[in-house]
Design a protein around this ligand. Structure first.
Ligand code: SF4
Length: 290
């Protein structure tokens, strides 16, 4: 089995078998993202996907989790996805969960019955990038979706009893309007009621369009302490009524947070206030990575 181009997966899929069902990202336009600039979006042929699954079966006998890549595999038509899930179940009967990345549009295109069919056939988590709760920021980064659409998509996933794991990015507004980015992201987390929320911190690679803006001074990156202030404001604005696992423990983050909301909110706020008082608690820039 040979992977085509760079392959990305969420941190929690580190030990999963990764199968490329699609290549690239159908949107591929977000200004901060360099993940799939090396390939155009396309759906892989079913026999190629099945061959990868069969070859993997010969290599790995105990597969507990499968992740369907690349960036936008939920864009596949439901019947194609159902055939992949069925094949996965046949080859890996011990597989407990299949995960997938989906855009808000992918989710909104599916009916509740289609999402339920995916769940019944093994789909156990959908990862979705919200990035920001501010429509201004979403427009600036060319996310291709508005706040209300992202909230609707996440609520639709959860209503189908599939856990949604939603990502936001600290520092995405730079030094201009970070307060709005933080507060609106916090209220969005409160509204959408996802099972999991992950917070990364902006790191921009040269292939991303935003890189040029940074180099030419049009986008001013937050300092590490500003990132902590922004995260504090975001978390202060989170008021969920159902359990949400909140993680900000990615390699890009300056302060590692992990807790279950709402009960761990005060502890995590205390951790952030502590980091603001003592900058030694921040991760050294040299150890940050995407
Ligand atoms: S952030 Fe996600 S949706 Fe945006 S271009 Fe990158 S992979 Fe595609």
């Amino acid at each position: 089995m040979e992977y085509i181009g760079s392959v990305y997966r969420p941190p929690s899929e580190a030990y999963s078998l990764i199968i490329q069902a699609t290549l690239g990202c159908a949107h591929n336009d977000c200004t901060f993202c360099s993940m799939f600039k090396d390939k155009s979006f396309r759906v892989r042929k079913e026999d190629e996907i099945f061959r990868d699954l069969e070859e993997s079966r010969h290599m790995f006998h105990n597969v507990g989790r499968v992740f369907l890549a690349d960036g936008d595999a939920l864009a596949l038509k439901n019947d194609a996805l159902l055939r992949i899930l069925e094949k996965t179940k046949t080859l890996f009967p011990a597989c407990e969960r299949v995960g997938i990345y989906g855009s808000p549009q992918d989710v909104l295109r599916k009916s509740p019955a289609e999402l339920a069919a995916l769940r019944d056939n093994g789909l156990g988590i959908i990862y979705i990038g919200a990035e920001s709760g501010s429509d201004r920021v979403l427009a600036e980064i060319k996310k291709g979706a508005e706040r209300a659409q992202i909230i609707e998509a996440v609520q639709k996933i959860e209503a189908a009893s599939v856990p949604a794991s939603v990502t936001f990015i600290s520092g995405l507004s730079g030094q201009d309007g970070w307060e709005e980015h933080a507060a609106f992201s916090g209220t969005m987390i409160s509204e959408m009621e996802a099972s999991y929320v992950g917070l990364l911190t902006l790191m921009v690679e040269p292939q991303a369009p935003l890189y040029k803006d940074i180099q030419e001074g049009r986008f001013r990156v937050l300092t590490p302490l500003q990132v902590v202030e922004e995260t504090l404001l975001l978390l202060e604005n989170v008021n969920v009524s159902r359990k949400c696992v909140f993680r900000s423990n990615h390699a890009s983050n300056y302060v590692s947070l992990r807790g279950t909301l709402p009960q761990d909110k005060e502890r995590m706020l205390g951790q952030l206030r502590g980091a603001l008082q003592n900058a030694d608690q921040l991760k050294d820039e040299r150890f940050r990575m995407l």
